[in-house]
Design a protein around this ligand. Structure first.
Ligand code: SF4
Length: 324
């Protein structure tokens, strides 16, 4: 098992530890809006989007991005960041995160332009592209392969929103694809050596601790590069908010959530990098759980709880990974 020294003193393998251990520097993420939409919103898969998705398509941006070219967003992001931290002049340390909506849902020529422009920036060490598994057609996969060859010293990651392995829940949240679709995309990316970060939501309606640990066990079997564990947020204007108002499900209480995250970490393979351990919904849209609005406090409490409990990522992991 990896040890706490490699993990920079944390009881889990954080993205920060990965950056320091692999790139030998601290890296910073800048979220970008490449002005795409989503097939689950524009009518090709659905019109309402996923049950929990606000109209913003998972984008949370510190500065306005509408109509602003990606290159300019990146420049602005770097200069804002440089006011807060000392960025190295001689080493790329920015992870450009294509976050809003579905970032491979556009003509491949456009994707080629924005991804190669971003990878060409001397500030950028790599890009992370959030998308859906049903939006990775052959030409997009070929593009990813070509970009990897063209930028061998930079990384290209794909983030896939799986949320759960359970089809009943997936239908309820209107995810719009079934597990085999995810698997096809995952293994296609694996064959291209494109690392995948899987998004999982904790606290989905109808899911018990057992359901969530089954999703974690599944991740152990496929062994992605990384995972984002996200607490379910009820946001204004979503259909989930209607369900919540009708009392059809309850959100997690803080203590139950801390316990659940610790359970997930204990069962998760120590090789999988934790790209996010919690998440804060946009404060102006957050309906519940309100305690999650203070992300700093939640993270502090979580770290304290993990320490008290003596939890280390993977301490209850069973090596049930399938062979690749
Ligand atoms: S796939 Fe993402 S952007 Fe599209 S509806 Fe679902 S959460 Fe929103």
């Amino acid at each position: 098992m990896e040890n706490e020294v490699n993990w920079q003193g944390r009881p889990y393998y954080s993205l920060d530890a990965w950056c320091k251990g692999t790139l030998h520097r601290k890296c910073y993420k800048i979220a970008l809006n490449a002005h795409m939409t989503c097939p689950n919103r524009d009518g090709s898969k659905g019109v309402g989007g996923c049950l929990f998705c606000s109209g913003g398509g998972s984008g949370e941006f510190a500065v306005p991005t509408a109509g602003i070219p990606v290159e300019e967003q990146l420049r602005t992001g770097v200069s804002l960041l440089a006011k807060k931290v000392s960025l190295p002049q001689d080493a790329p340390c920015i992870i450009a995160y294509f976050q809003a909506y579905t970032n491979t849902y556009a003509p491949v020529e456009y994707l080629e332009k924005i991804f190669s422009q971003t990878l060409s920036s001397p500030r950028v060490c790599g890009i992370s592209i959030a998308t859906r598994p049903d939006c990775l057609p052959r030409d997009v996969l070929e593009l990813l392969g070509a970009l990897k060859d063209r930028f061998p010293h930079k990384f290209i990651w794909i983030e896939l929103g799986l949320q759960t392995i359970h089809e009943n829940t997936a239908r309820l949240i209107r995810r719009g694809y079934e597990l085999p679709c995810f698997e096809e995309a995952f293994w296609a990316l694996f064959r291209l050596s494109v690392p995948v970060i899987v998004h999982v939501i904790l606290g989905l309606p109808g899911e018990s601790r057992k359901h969530m640990l089954e999703t974690i066990a599944y991740l152990n079997r496929i062994n992605p590069f990384g995972v984002k564990l996200q607490l379910l947020h009820v946001l204004k204007g979503t259909d989930l908010a209607k369900y919540y108002a009708e009392g059809r499900f309850a959100v997690l209480e803080k203590d139950a959530y801390l316990e659940l995250v610790a359970d997930c970490l204990e069962h998760l393979s120590p090789r999988i990098v934790i790209h996010r351990l919690t998440g804060d919904g946009p404060k102006n849209l957050l309906i519940a759980p309100l305690w999650s609005g203070n992300k700093r406090d939640v993270l502090n409490r979580l770290h304290r709880y993990l320490k008290e409990r003596g939890t280390v990522q993977g301490c209850r992991y069973q090596n049930d990974k399938v062979s690749h």
